[in-house]
Design a protein around this ligand. Structure first.
Ligand code: FES
Length: 120
């Protein structure tokens, strides 16, 4: 199992997209899936609870913080998610550093969630 997982919501729409338009989230997932490898898992999921601010993805690492991002560009955000995953995996305390974080992951931050066993 790779150390970091990117979850991508496949059912997100962008505001203003037609009902019958391809799902922007599905496009983002399709662009992210080829980036998976020994150090990165990419998991398509249906709804991350951020529907009004999609496309949405989350980056999670065992024992670390989980980050939820929204308003992602389905055509361009996949490399940013990959870089964010790399930063998180390498970070001390498994907290994604702000410095060096790709712009889509700065302006698109929706939430960060602590690990279940948060150190004191
Ligand atoms: S449909 Fe994507 S977060 Fe709900």
């Amino acid at each position: 199992m790779p150390p970091v997982t990117v979850f991508v919501c496949t059912t997100c729409r962008r505001s203003g997209d037609a009902e019958d338009a391809p799902r922007a989230g599905a496009t983002l997932a399709a662009n992210a899936e080829p980036l998976a490898g020994p150090d990165l898992a990419v998991r398509p999921v249906e709804c991350l609870g951020n529907c009004s601010r999609g496309p949405t993805a989350a980056i999670a690492v065992p024992g670390g913080w989980t980050y939820v991002f929204g308003n992602l560009d389905p055509a361009e955000a996949a490399p940013a998610l990959q870089e964010g995953a790399r930063l998180l995996a390498a970070a001390e305390g498994r907290v994604m550093p702000w410095r060096g974080r790709p712009e889509p992951l700065k302006r698109g931050l929706i939430a960060r969630i602590p690990p279940l066993e948060l150190p004191a």
